[in-house]
Design a binder for this molecule. Structure first.
Ligand code: SF4
Length: 95
């Protein structure tokens, strides 16, 4: 039996198929905005968790996919990065 090719999806569509258990406690926190690579965080976070609000760098953790990129780009004195507490955060759905 011939299988039909998989339906093409945009990456945003694929990401939105996952589910999030949003914790009340944030797992990522800006400690020192000046010590962070602002441009890279704004440009490279795949979920656009970093935004500028009234000239300040603000981090919205709710839709974080826990890729760890911001952790690699930043130093621990400027950014606290943890995984969400057990059972919280993103639950990936494959297929
Ligand atoms: S871990 Fe990834 S998705 Fe989450 S805030 Fe950092 S860069 Fe964005």
């Amino acid at each position: 039996m011939k299988r039909s090719p998989p339906k093409k999806m945009r990456i945003e569509e694929l990401i939105r198929r996952n589910v999030w258990e949003v914790d009340k406690e944030r797992h990522i926190e800006i400690l020192d905005e000046k010590g962070l690579p602002r441009k890279q965080l704004l440009l490279l976070c795949p979920m656009r968790c970093y935004v500028e609000e009234e000239g300040r760098l603000v981090m919205h953790y709710e839709e974080c996919v826990e890729c760890g990129l911001c952790r690699i780009l930043s130093n621990p004195k400027s950014l606290r990065w943890d995984l969400p507490r057990g059972g919280m955060g993103i639950r990936y759905r494959y297929g």
